[in-house]
Structures are given as C-alpha cells and as structure tokens.
Design a protein around this ligand. Sequence first.
Ligand code: GLN
Length: 309
Amino acid sequence: MEKQTIGELLKWGKKELRETGLRSPDLDAEVLLMEVLGVERLVLHVYPERVVEPGQHEAYEEGIRRRKAQEPLHYITGKKEFMGLDFHVEKGVLIPRGDTEVVVEAAIDTLKEIGKKKGFRDEELNLVEKAERRGELRALDIGVGSGAIAVSLLYYVKNLYMIGTDISPIPLKVTGINAKNHGVAHRLGLLEGSLFEALDRALPPEERTFDLIISNPPYISFEVKEDLDREVKDYEPEEALFAEDHGLFYYREIARRAPSYLKTKGYLVFEIGYDQGNDVRRILQQAGFSGVQILKDLENRDRVVMGKR
Ligand code: GLN
C-alpha cells in the first residue's frame, strides 16, 4: 500500500461518504480518522502532511467502508458522549440519544429532592460514606442498555445505589464496562431478566423497594418500523426499539407493577416518544400515581412522564 498523508486520506474519505448521501459526511470522515489515529480534530487540520502508518490506513479504510454501508458512526468508533461522559457502545445496545439527557436530569433533580427530605444536606449528597451511615438512595433502571442512564445517575448522585436489569446479556456487559470506566461499579448491581422478573428471583422482598424506578423502554410502534432511518432499523437492537400496543406495552406493564417495588412517595420516571405524553400520563394515573407530569426535551417535544407513588 502506498504511503498516504492525513490530508490525502481525509480527502478520499470525505468523497466516499459524500457519495453515500449521509447527513454529515465530512464530519464523519474526520471523526473516523481521529479515532484511528487517536488524535484531536485540530491535528487533522494543522498536520495534513503527516504520513499515516499502513495499519492505521487500513483501519481507516475499513471504517469508511462500514460507514458507507450506513452502520452508525458510534458503533464504528465504539463510543458516544452522554451527560458529559464517554460511553463505550457496541452493536447490541441502543446508542444513547441526546434527548435522554432530559430524562436523566429530571431523575437527578428528583433524587436530590428525595435525599433532602431524608435529611441529607446538599454537600452530603456527594458523600458516599455519609450515605452508607444514614440510609442511601436506591433506584432501579429497567432495560439498562448501554448504561447511559444508570451510570450517569450514579456518577452525578454519589449516595445512590442502583440495580439495572436487561433481557439480553450484551447490555449487561456493556453497562458493566461503562460503570467500571466511570468508577461507579461498586454501587451498581446488574441482573438479567425481563422487567421485574430478575429482581423477584435475586432479592428478598424487603430489598426490592426503591426510591425511584426509571426506564427508557422500547416504545416505537411496529407499524412505523419501515419509516425509520436505515441506521436505526438495520443496526440497532430491535428488542430495545419496538413494543406492541402502539408502543405502549411496556409502560402499561411497568406502571401496573411498579407500585409494589416503590417506597411510599417513590417516583416512576419514563422516557417516552414525542407523541405518547397523554397516553402515558393516563397510564400512570390509572395505576394510581399522583402528581403525574410531562416534561419536554430541548426541541420542546414531550419526552418524560413521571409520577409519585
Ligand atoms: N428514542 C429512540 C429512537 O428514536 C427510541 C428509544 C426507545 O424505543 N426506547 O430511535
């Protein structure tokens, strides 16, 4: 293989991806080269004459080839930024969405409120040792996926302990990696199983109650499957995306059973699809939750429904 420079490879990669009709071909070509070389973007622009090693050259060609087949950029690079943290991602877990940060922020605020009512002062919410002495906060994430939600909550609320469940083994492995990378693995228990089933199996009833239950369940209706981007439809895990009952199946199941796993005044927090606000609000109300509210994402679409037991 002939020697090539950063500038030449970048020019070639951008041309290849432009032909594919991707949304941001130039940016994708740059990100793939940054990843292969392990450098910041500025290096690409300041040192275009730098010669790239043959191994890296091949790895870049492979990345461009995968991206041309519309594989999501983040599966190729193996990472995605979420809540200011780098998450490892791979095929088999949903790639964290920016919209989900709104769900995490709502949960952080709620956990800090609950913590204050338990008598923690602001600064103490950041001290694990105090939490252990005075009764920590406990939360459950149903369908942990990449761990974006659970690991961010644990990272930003230091006296929180969590259990995460998932029906597939890959998400549990990936969440474990992310929990370790961000130093929160000792406060997270992971269980394989559907919805509450794994909890019932693994824990005695008195340890099955939480201050908060959070979930970003599959919520896309099977009817709209064909309208989705190829990147999503062909590469992301179906079992994390689609649900029966016009996408409402898991909201009904979780809301119905959640009260027996929540402490009095514990919260249930859901991510929802932009057009599911009223339906999911009604589901929570019918399951006996009070103060049910809908919160919006940064594009002003309904994104979170939460209520109190
Ligand atoms: N928000 C995701 C999407 O638009 C779907 C996530 C989910 O079903 N939980 O692809």
